[in-house]
Design a protein around this ligand. Structure first.
Ligand code: GSH
Length: 221
């Protein structure tokens, strides 16, 4: 991207947590250098920066910032743009952080469980892992559907970090366990997220990696 940027993001287009951060970057058109994790040496560089071995990882000059929510908070502090991803009002910010945590901990994590089982090469665990994911996701879907009542976006009227988290988590969760017709608000919300240009771009850039999805990607978004 821009040659003058101080920001480098270690990222992969198909990774849900990377898509969360990319959505935030593209919401405010923040310039950054994309260090694709399939590029030679990028994986080792990324692990050297963050030995936990998870990504995305952001580098800003001599500073390394990790964890998708912290990275988005960092953008909000240091690269503010027209879309305020963390509200100034602290009560409103609390709701944004709650929805962000909810999507990561109870949607993304539940969705990732059977994915990791398959990646570990334990297909014998698939059925049980899928059943566990379905039960956990149904609980999460029900809560979210209720919480969305009267809201345009996850935490209220405006697009925030909560939507950056919700977009990839619901995108992939629906592949693992489709959001049932009994949660119309949540289904409609997922459609709305897919239409948001920042997230639509993330989905588009990840499209050619769909064969990586260990449970088999459906023939739809
Ligand atoms: N809590 C981390 C989670 C990041 C995460 O789990 N990223 C996945 C990719 S979507 C990953 O690094 N997977 C590699 C692995 O688990 O070895 C965050 O919010 O950034």
């Amino acid at each position: 991207m821009s040659e003058s940027t101080t920001l480098t993001l270690y990222s992969h287009p198909f990774s849900s947590y990377c898509q969360k951060v990319l959505t935030a970057l593209w919401e405010n058109d923040i310039a950054f250098t994309y260090r694709h994790l399939e590029d030679p040496g990028a994986g080792a560089e990324c692990t050297a920066l963050w030995p936990i071995g998870r990504f995305p990882v952001l580098v800003d000059g001599d500073r390394t910032i990790v964890e998708s929510s912290i990275i988005i908070e960092y953008f909000d502090m240091h690269f503010p743009g027209p879309v305020q991803l963390i509200p100034v009002d602290r009560e409103a910010a609390l709701e944004v952080r709650l929805l962000d945590r909810f999507c990561d901990n109870y949607v993304m994590a539940a969705m990732q469980k059977p994915v990791f089982e398959m990646l570990k090469g334990d297909p014998g665990r698939k059925e049980a892992a899928m059943a566990e994911a379905a039960a956990a996701l149904d609980t999460a879907y029900a809560w979210l559907d209720t919480r969305l009542a009267g809201r345009r976006w996850a935490a209220g009227a405006d697009f925030t970090m909560a939507d950056c988290a919700a977009a990839p988590s619901l995108f992939y969760a629906d592949w693992v366990h489709p959001i049932g017709a009994n949660w119309p608000r949540l289904r409609e919300y997922r459609v709305q997220l897919l239409a948001r240009p920042s997230f639509a771009r993330a989905v588009e850039e990840g499209r050619r990696y769909r064969s990586y999805f260990p449970l088999g990607a459906p023939d739809r978004d």
